[in-house]
Design a protein around this ligand. Structure first.
Ligand code: 4NP
Length: 152
């Protein structure tokens, strides 16, 4: 099994979309995809209704997901950890205990803008348009991730 974890702040807007999109592109017998938040603000909650709606419009159901906080055990379980923004990156790296753990952590937009260290904007205080833009960015990034994983 190859395991991939998507991480954002609340685990209700961006990373649930990233999880749902990547899952839709991979064989679940070979790849496990999950998501988590660097905070526990929304622990146990469903994804934000706007993420649910944008996903649904694109044929992806994310209503089985519940928010959970990232923990240091996630470094053991997962092979790849994709974070949405610079602040998530700092928070996750701060918990890493060695270089092997640090090397698992990547900014997801570097998949489509290599080396640019761009962030997926936090859409929480934005309108539905912000969520649509986030979906498009994650769709492109997850296409690259899925293509690379299938080659490996
Ligand atoms: P997410 O968005 O990190 O993409 O899930 C957010 C959700 C909630 C909050 C911030 C960002 N919040 O501060 O509650």
């Amino acid at each position: 099994m190859i395991r991939i974890l998507m991480v954002c702040l609340g685990n209700i807007c961006r990373s649930p979309l990233a999880e749902g999109i990547l899952k839709s592109k991979l064989n679940s017998k070979i790849f496990e995809v999950d998501s988590a938040g660097t905070s526990a603000y929304h622990k146990g909650e469903l994804p934000d209704q706007r993420s649910v709606e944008v996903a649904q419009k694109n044929g992806i159901d994310i209503t089985d997901q519940r928010s959970r906080p990232f923990t240091k055990e996630d470094f053991n379980k997962f092979d790849y950890i994709y974070v949405m923004d610079a602040s998530n990156y700092e928070d996750v790296i701060a918990i890493a205990e060695n270089d092997s753990e640090k090397n698992k952590v990547h900014l997801i937009l570097n998949k489509i803008f290599p080396g640019e260290d761009q962030s997926v904007p936090d859409p929480y205080h934005n309108s539905i348009d912000g969520f649509k833009q986030v979906f498009e960015m994650l769709e492109e990034s997850c296409s690259v991730i899925a293509r690379e994983l299938k080659k490996s």
